[in-house]
Ligand binder design. Structure first.
Ligand code: XMP
Ligand code: MG
Length: 183
């Protein structure tokens, strides 16, 4: 799906397909280097992280295992509360594992902060975070994020895994929605 199909629904393209792919390749090279000689488990957070997991995993040169979690963050409307429920847990025993959580976007940071603590409590050797996007101005907790694709303004965005009402996840770029879509 490209921008010509949904042009009227979009306000701005923030990062193009090429920019995202370039940045994912850079992050993968850094991850390869940082985890050299270790066995890495990458954990994707459904559903948003599907695109970044697929691209990151294929850009890595080292062996990695992949697993998935689905979580729902309780809160009013679009605001996350930090109270998280696990909808789908991992199939993997984390004892002694080096884990890299892969996310689409970090907004308040509350979901990831909870998830990191939860995985660390399972006897992991290390837990780090890789996110395609981050909104620094929305942060509500201090969260150590080792790998960040791009920082975004504090606006609702869609594409590259991110949805509005389950649409736009399959855009290859990230952009802001035109107001007529959600008003
Ligand atoms: P917190 O606030 O806990 O929330 O960091 C992270 C989750 O909120 C969703 N989210 C978005 N989804 N466009 C989206 O499609 C956005 O601009 C956006 N901001 C936050 C997302 O599910 C993420 O995992
Ligand atoms: Mg998400």
């Amino acid at each position: 799906m490209d921008s010509t199909d949904v042009q009227a629904d979009l306000k701005h393209v923030l990062y193009t397909k090429e920019q995202i792919q370039q940045r994912i390749t850079e992050l993968a090279a850094q991850i390869d280097k940082d985890y050299e000689g270790r066995e890495l488990l990458i954990v994707g957070v459904l559903k948003g992280a599907v695109m970044v997991m697929a691209d990151l995993a294929r850009a890595l040169h080292s062996h990695v295992s992949m697993d998935w979690m689905a979580v729902s963050s309780y809160g009013s409307g679009t605001q996350s509360s930090g109270v998280v429920r696990i909808l789908k847990d991992l199939d993997t025993d984390l004892m002694g594992k080096d884990v890299l959580i892969v996310e689409d976007i970090i907004d308040s940071g509350l979901t990831l902060s909870w998830l990191k603590t939860n995985l660390e409590s399972r006897g992991t050797s290390s837990v780090e975070i890789c996110t395609a996007f981050r909104k620094p101005d929305a942060a509500k907790v201090e969260l150590d994020v080792k790998y960040v694709g791009y920082d975004l303004p504090n606006e609702f965005v869609v594409g590259y895994g991110l949805d509005y009402a389950e649409k736009y996840r399959n855009l290859e770029f990230v952009g802001t929605l035109a107001p007529h879509v959600y008003e």
